[in-house]
Ligand binder design. Structure first.
Ligand code: FES
Length: 103
């Protein structure tokens, strides 16, 4: 094991986990995660921060919202639920701000 040679300043993990129609959790991440992921990537590109802010698809984050999807922001920024495509610009700005304010 060795430390990675590069690392992002901020990393957002977007749940795109799709559940079966008869799954009792009925999470909406499978239907909203892909569009939120694409919107966050587009916004990071528009802001010119793709090298410092990584957007990554992931599986279940444990929230399983009925609306939107879940997003986790690291190293600081917490976890969000019910995230929709239109939330991407504000979420990305807040994620960047929360991870640069104390530096
Ligand atoms: S399926 Fe997305 S948080 Fe559980």
């Amino acid at each position: 094991m060795k430390p990675a040679r590069i690392a992002p300043r901020v990393q957002l993990f977007v749940c795109t986990n799709a559940r079966a129609a008869d799954d009792p959790l009925q999470s909406a991440c499978g239907s909203h995660g892909a569009s939120v992921f694409a919107a966050l990537r587009a916004e990071a590109s528009r802001l010119g921060v793709v090298g410092a802010v990584w957007i990554t698809r992931t599986a279940c984050l444990g929230h399983c919202p009925r609306e939107g999807c879940s997003v986790a922001v690291y190293p600081r920024g917490g976890q969000w639920t019910d995230v929709r495509e239109e939330d991407a610009p504000r979420l990305l700005r807040e994620a960047i701000a929360s991870n640069t304010a104390a530096r």
